[in-house]
Design a protein around this ligand. Sequence first.
Ligand code: ADP
Ligand code: MG
Ligand code: MG
Length: 254
Amino acid sequence: DVILSVKNLNATVEGTPILKDLNLEIKAGEIHAIMGPNGSGKSTFSKILAGHPDYEVTSGEVIYKGQNLLDLEADERATAGVFLAFQYPIEIPGVSNLDFLRVAYNSHRKAKGLEEVDTFDFEDLVEEKLEIVKMRAEFLNRSVNEGFSGGEKKRNEILQMALLEPTLAILDETDSGLDIDALKTVAGGVNQLAKPDNCTLMITHYQRLLDYIVPDFVHIMYDGRILTTGDKDLALKLEDQGYDWAIAEFAAVG
Ligand code: ADP
Ligand code: MG
Ligand code: MG
């Protein structure tokens, strides 16, 4: 089954075209990686999928589980199972991580017509999930992301993901700033959460995350479009040879 289908997507920021006829299809059970030089539009694409208000879609379509994703507000997309882990997770001083996660979790349950989970039951649930990201329970009592190291912030994002169990998980540069242990933990979490009925879109500038999360498809993005698609070997070629050959080989024809 196709979960996400993006056809000829064009989008602008403040009138400047950023995405230019972007096409992408992701099926259930697949892990996709988008790689590309800085400024290619990778983060723009992920934010547009999540419903960020700064970006204007000027043409094209985004179909998610058979419905027009662009018709949904950002919060409706989230409760419909679209999850975006940000490149730069926000800090929320004064709000405990536990409360933040519980509110997010319950809002998803509410949107699905399910009963809210009380504090005690939620603590049990979240403690189970802590294992996936190898986080200590004390993190739950700290303010959201405040004073967290880069690695802790990313683990926290994966914890959110573990709780919300998205159908489409989008990870934007989740590997940036991670030491090797945090990288392995985050990758292990993503691998554990990838199931036959969901899909993962990893956006990354570097190849090293793909040593631990093996994608089914690797797409090279440049200047707002997908230049070419391959398998994990394409990422290795990029690691070895950089992006220039791909731009020379594919950007000229398009
Ligand atoms: P990537 O994630 O691939 O590095 P981005 O999506 O962040 O690329 O950026 C793509 C292009 O869009 C860049 O030229 C960037 O400067 C521009 N851009 C992105 N967001 C904004 C914004 N809010 N306002 C102006 N320009 C933006
Ligand atoms: Mg960037
Ligand atoms: Mg980016």
